[in-house]
Design a protein around this ligand. Sequence first.
Ligand SMILES: C[S@@+](CC[C@H](N)C(=O)[O-])C[C@H]1O[C@@H](n2cnc3c(N)ncnc32)[C@H](O)[C@@H]1O
Length: 328
Amino acid sequence: MSTPNWTPDGGSLIVHADNADYLPTLPDGSFTLIYVDPPFNTGRAQRRQQTTMVRSTEGTGDRTGFKGRSYTTVKGLLSSYDDAFEDYWAFLEPRMAEAWRLLADDGTLYVHLDYREVHYVKVMLDALFGRDCFLNEIIWAYDYGGRAKNRWPAKHDNILVYVKNPVAYHFDNAEVDREPYMAPGLVTPEKVALGKLPTDVWWHTIVSPTGKEKTGYPTQKPEGLLRRVVAASSREGDWVLDFFAGSGTLGAVAGKLGRRFVCVDANPQAIEVMERRLGHTAQVLVPAKPKRVRTRRTAPPRTAAPKTATPPAPPAGSVDPGQTPAAL
Ligand SMILES: C[S@@+](CC[C@H](N)C(=O)[O-])C[C@H]1O[C@@H](n2cnc3c(N)ncnc32)[C@H](O)[C@@H]1O
């Protein structure tokens, strides 16, 4: 395996790393499009973070966030939720902050979620990006699998879309595939032939268990969905990024549409799948793991008892690379 670093003039990369370690090595504003499909819960206890921030009236907060906005620190709020949610917030928030930093001024972030987590992540992204940067919530509707009898069967995913700059973002729906009219008899034959522009509700089948698109990676998303995302929110030659890449669906679509990509995943099985799927268009990068520096939090008082050896807390959101995607 070679070890090329990312450069704006270089080629596409498959990166085997924890995204929390790798993303800070990339320069600000490098990507026109970021698509991520994060796991709901890493299944591993992470460091508790009982501090988060919400937007407050300009100038009244006690911390300063993006674009000089002020935030109020809210302590203990999250402890009223269950552990899984609290862990999820602590895992996702720093990575979403990195996504904001890495987006170009005309860039767009797509975050693929399900109905259980979308509302919390909407609040998180409103705080990080600003509500004026919220562009859409796309509903991906599919029809597959069993049907619950005790509630409306959940057959959709939610994709939140945020832009870095609400007056400068790139969006070109002329590049996107069109859909058949539901009532073709009500429109002209010319319109029927052309099809209609998609709305924010996308009907699309899941990856067929027997189709040629299937890689065997359990959480693989269909290329048809990602094709719309890439076609509308980036141009040929632009850089696109997926830092929860799994089987590399974003990379597969990006390569076919002439974009350059960086696909990051911590799971060796994902890297194997991506090498098979994308290896002809991308190189594999295995960055050296950053050294964890032990820092003494405060100097112990001179009269204190001898130091005890307490291991440092694991980094928030770190993932056991041996964990199978099915467990995610
Ligand atoms: C839901 S899957 C993504 C599936 C992908 N959209 C596709 O079409 O194949 C989420 C991925 O995030 C990866 N992941 C989880 N935590 C990570 C981390 N801290 N750094 C990098 N990758 C991580 C998992 O290994 C998993 O492959």
